[in-house]
Ligand binder design. Sequence first.
Ligand SMILES: Cc1cc2nc3c(=O)[nH]c(=O)nc-3n(C[C@H](O)[C@H](O)[C@H](O)COP(=O)(O)O)c2cc1C
Length: 261
Amino acid sequence: MEENNRILDEKDFDQLFIKRKSVRAYDGRPIPSAVKDALIAATMRAPTAGNMMLYSILEVEDPGIKARLAETCDHQPFIATAPLVLVYLADYARMTAFFKASNVQAILGSETAAMAWPRESDLLLAASDAIIAAQTTAIAAQALGLGSCYIGDIMEHWETHRDLLGLPRYAFPVAMLCIGYPTEQQRQRPQPSRLPETVILHKNRYALPSPELLATLHTGPGEAKNAGQSLYRRKFDTDYAREMRRSVKAMLDAWWRKDPD
Ligand SMILES: Cc1cc2nc3c(=O)[nH]c(=O)nc-3n(C[C@H](O)[C@H](O)[C@H](O)COP(=O)(O)O)c2cc1C
């Protein structure tokens, strides 16, 4: 391996990436403000489309709001006890306001031409920015001895979360991270397995795994005899999955509405 430009030794690299796992129980120690500052400083350097920073981060400090999120995000009590809860928003509200404040209308050629509103592509870029920022925080947390866990269920109950967090139009929560110092039990907990690299890494052209290989995927200790059926039931045929589909569609409908703000 080319070692010349390496900035982490093998042990640190392993600790940061190979040994990382989600952490869902925290030992109660508060996160010092210098550590929190370092997390945010690292996050601010995350890559971002066109350096536009099409995201915002909302720190949930209020225990009442944390407790509510623990309910609305598919009843996950550890959200309420996490020392640091960060919501990552795909955010075109700030950019739209910036364009308006910059009188973009003046350069549109005709007085009746309306300023373009954010489209599908803009939402996808903003969501990418937000997720990349979140993952940068997650890795920075690992580097600083903290543990983190994503909460995808923040995309459920869009109307409730919008009102609870005071979100304007064009600001949609795409991820939430719970962060804290791991309990000893969490430190010892084995990592979950991964799919084989051969089904993830393709060379030059995409190739679906063979039916024989597919039949072996997502099987493991404690898994039902038919792993596909059990995964489908767990991830698609549940109330939270139905709520996520409804909620994201409701957000998209609000995002596309062409009426003025
Ligand atoms: C987009 C996304 C959403 C997730 N949502 C949740 C969640 O709501 N609750 C939870 O406990 N874990 C959640 N996770 C964590 C995954 O369950 C976890 O990453 C996965 O099981 C692999 O485990 P590992 O991170 O320990 O390797 C989420 C992860 C991602 C990337």
